[in-house]
Write a protein that binds this ligand. Structure first.
Ligand SMILES: [Zn+2]
Length: 431
């Protein structure tokens, strides 16, 4: 018998289709359908979603699952369980695994593991350059054949403009978007936090915003030269938002994302030298934070992406200079985005969901992020108003490096469906 899902009486919000009304959602054999017959209704799994929002499963185009290579920090099973618990049904994972994803064999190994262990859809990316050293182009054609959906050296920005130009042209030939971690390494050597008043006060080596702005400007120029789509990851600086805004106005094929932490925290949060606030790019000033929110409001920044970067306590609980960069975010991203943007009265509920669903999916050309007829029945049910206190010790992720730990947020995921099957019921994973 075919599997039929009937989600009843929820507030259905599907931003891609401008839908926001109380109604029903139906799925047959893992796909969204407009309606089902009375006989099918009798056979359906019925879910009463009264009082809840029924949204497309969330999409995160920037996660690190550390698999293969650092499975003590995260792996595909636990990473995707964290995603499901956070309402995410499609994630794009970065290629800085060990070995890195600069060859078809590693992608195949990841795809096999995804097939066996993942509870949500996982889309791998390939390296722009061999070993992410920024010197020699990776075999883009072979990587695409193996299944990558975008090219990036995330974590290690290509420094040579000439190599970047060729990498971008090569990716364009294969119709793959490029995602870039914008960082001029010559300006950030030894730097551990934003350069400014707080780095002076704390006596820590500062990381100027110019390190990001210069590469964002370089990428805009290369996008205009080549016509390739360059997506700028985790934008943190007001100047970068301004550069992107003007480029997009001119019609340049560029886009940007903001991370939940950069729209909530600032470099002042580092005052206790807590390494849970150490990330790359670093937390900036309140003015930068505000510019990022404005960028999300006016569409300069297309989406929110977590940059979920797990590190075990043994790695992260060290003196500030020695601790690795990065924090986790999958299990609180919906709530923190809702708390800052929706409850903070900056954006409507549907607009916040657009940033977490179809906007990111469009950048990576994923069949995800909508409740359109025929789309995969990837669905997230949540209560936008329920309060909870973040307890990272209860996360499905293997890591605990979460700066929201102990904070009160609004918005609780009640249920997550992938291809019409429930994978998270509000408490546990059903895999
Ligand atoms: Zn990065």
């Amino acid at each position: 018998m075919s599997h039929i899902l009937w989600i009843k009486n929820g507030r259905v919000i599907d931003p891609a289709n401008q839908r926001d009304a109380v109604g029903d959602i139906f799925a047959v054999e893992g796909k969204i359908v407009d309606s089902i017959s009375d006989t099918q209704k009798a056979d359906a799994t019925l879910v009463d979603a009264a009082g809840l929002v029924v949204a497309p499963g969330l999409v995160d185009i920037h996660v690190h699952f550390r698999d293969p290579g650092q499975k003590h920090n995260e792996d595909i099973r636990r990473g995707t369980e964290a995603a499901a618990a956070g309402g995410f049904t499609s994630v794009v994972c970065m290629p800085n695994t060990s070995p890195v994803c600069d060859n078809a064999g590693t992608i195949q190994r990841i795809m096999d593991k995804v097939e066996r262990e993942a509870v949500v859809h996982v889309y791998p990316t390939g390296c722009l350059t061999i070993k992410m050293k920024g010197e020699q182009l990776a075999p883009t054609g072979q990587l695409k054949k193996a299944g990558v959906i975008a090219m990036t050296d995330d974590g290690a920005c290509v420094q040579s403009n000439e190599i970047m130009r060729r990498a971008v042209e090569y990716a364009k030939m294969f119709d793959l978007p490029i995602m870039d971690h914008c960082q001029d390494a010559s300006l950030t050597e030894g730097a551990v936090m934003n350069e400014g008043e707080w780095s002076l006060r704390l006596g820590l080596k500062g990381w100027p915003k110019a390190a990001e702005d210069i590469i964002v400007a370089r990428n805009v120029i290369l996008a205009e030269l080549t016509g390739a789509h360059i997506h700028m990851q985790h934008i943190s600086s007001a100047t970068s938002v301004d550069i992107l805004r003007r480029a997009i106005d001119r019609g340049a094929t560029v886009s940007g994302e903001a991370s939940p932490h950069h729209i909530e925290f600032t470099d002042a949060d580092l005052s206790d030298y807590d390494t849970v606030f150490k990330m790359n790019p670093p937390l900036r000033t309140d003015a930068d934070r505000e510019s990022l929110i404005e960028g999300l409001i006016d569409g300069t920044l297309a989406c929110i992406a977590t940059d979920h970067a797990p590190h075990s306590p043994t790695e992260k609980d060290r003196e500030f200079d020695a601790a690795p960069f990065g924090i986790i975010g999958l299990e609180n991203s919906l709530a923190s985005s809702l708390t800052t943007l929706y409850h903070g009265k900056r954006l409507g509920l549907s607009e916040v969901l657009a940033l977490l669903t179809h906007k990111g999916a469009e950048i990576c050309k994923l069949d995800a992020g909508t409740l359109s007829t025929g789309a995969p029945a990837d669905i997230c049910l949540f209560d936008p108003d329920e309060e909870w206190t973040v307890d990272a010790n209860k996360f499905f992720s293997k890591s605990r490096n979460c700066p929201w730990h102990g904070k009160m947020l609004k918005g609780v995921v009640k249920s997550t469906y992938v291809d019409g099957q429930q994978v998270f019921d509000g408490q546990s994973i059903n895999a």
